[in-house]
Design a protein around this ligand. Structure first.
Ligand SMILES: [Mg+2]
Length: 387
């Protein structure tokens, strides 16, 4: 059993939107295919992966370092002890050979993208959905019903609150019970008007989360906290710089409601620093580490160990990214849910065809692997890469 080829293609996922920090007009993502020599049901097993939105495609790093380390490794060293499947942990070690610790940069995105494809292949070789494989691995019961919330509410050029309200109404009508909008890309007064417009629109049908994308300094963060605490929000997200744990810790004094962060922390060491120094509260706050940006599920399992050691439940994790990989981790390992972008970053985001949001939850279909084969627009670009 061996990996015979790894292919990468950098794809555009551009979108005419912006948050408090960046616009997405030139956003890209790496799509990868890990081709094995294993046949299942008369077909060659190919694992697929891609990186989450917000960081760019990683074709350079994948082609120059990580792909060749896998393909040049002794194939025997990449399979499990039983010899009946690939071993994602051993493949991870092969990828990270000769990489110094710390300074995670964007190599964590390259490795996370490949790791997704490897887990897809492993679950396909095992002939089961990844979430069921993960639950078995952990000795827990899988729960195919996963909480999802709708992320959007960006600053579109020239948009007014009518369009924002219409967008949020659309999410509620599609079955979401939590919707999220961007803040920090306009004045505090304008953001307050946008928030009030959305709250008026969704009423008691849904809750609102807000996301500052790491934009605020301490003074602005506190001013927003004092404004936002007048509303009963689902969470106040990524308030200051992702690595400014002191700012995050200071916010607890000004904001009693739930806060969320972590999408731009790319290693279990960074996650550990957030829990050590960021003053996050395990009874109400949320952690958004995204495996597809942060060295993949092999590393995410280490992050979950860090959580456990710090007194946090995996149910406080709702990953960033809106991809099916995190849906599988949520269903298999008991995370609190997953982000979703109902109208953006297609075909990569979203759910298999026919999966509907019902009262803020989706139910995972029983598809082998991550489930990409159940999403026709996505699997068609994946097949193009593998062909
Ligand atoms: Mg965010």
């Amino acid at each position: 059993m061996r990996i015979v080829d790894i292919r990468e293609n950098t794809k555009s996922i551009s979108s005419p939107i912006r948050n408090a920090y960046i616009d997405f007009s030139r956003m890209t993502a790496s799509l990868v295919a890990v081709v094995t020599d294993v046949d299942r049901d008369g077909r060659r097993v190919v694992g697929y992966g891609f990186n989450s939105n917000g960081r760019y495609g990683q074709g350079g790093l994948i082609r120059e370092r990580f792909r060749s380390r896998i393909l040049e490794a002794d194939p025997e060293s990449l399979v499990n002890d039983a010899g009946d499947n690939l071993d994602p942990h051993r493949i991870w070690d092969a990828m990270m050979k000769n990489e110094k610790p710390g300074g995670h940069g964007e190599r964590s995105v390259a490795v996370g993208t490949l790791d997704m494809a490897i887990w897809d292949a492993v679950a396909k070789i095992a002939g089961k959905p990844l979430f069921r494989l993960l639950a078995e691995m952990k000795g827990v019961e899988a729960d195919p019903r996963v909480f999802v919330y709708a992320a959007g509410g960006y600053y579109y050029p020239g948009r007014d609150n009518t369009a924002l309200r219409r967008e949020m109404r659309g999410y509620v009508d599609r079955g979401y019970t939590v919707v999220k909008m961007k803040i920090g890309g306009a004045s505090i007064d304008e953001d307050r008007r946008r928030i009030e417009a959305v709250l008026e629109e969704i009423g008691s049908e849904a809750q609102l989360a807000v996301d500052a994308n790491g934009r605020f300094d301490l003074e602005t963060a506190i001013a927003y906290a004092k404004m936002l605490r007048n509303y009963s929000l689902f969470w106040y997200e990524e308030i200051g710089d992702p690595l400014d744990y002191q700012l995050q810790a200071a916010m607890a004094e000004f904001y009693p409601g739930p806060m969320a962060t972590g999408e731009n922390l790319f290693s279990h060491q960074d996650a550990r620093n957030l829990l050590r120094y960021g003053g996050m509260r395990p009874d109400r706050d949320w952690l958004q580490f995204d495996c597809a940006l942060s060295y993949g599920l092999v590393e995410y399992l280490r992050t979950l160990d860090v959580l456990e050691q710090s007194g946090w439940s995996p149910s406080r994790c709702i990953p960033h990214g809106g991809h099916q990989m995190s849906l599988n981790i949520a269903a298999g390992l008991g995370l609190g849910g997953n982000e979703s972008y109902p109208d953006l970053f297609q075909p990569y985001g979203g759910f298999p065809d026919g999966v509907k949001v019902d009262n803020g939850h989706i139910t995972m279909p029983d598809l082998p692997g991550i489930g990409f084969e159940g999403k026709s627009d996505l699997i068609s670009v994946m097949h193009d890469l593998a062909a």
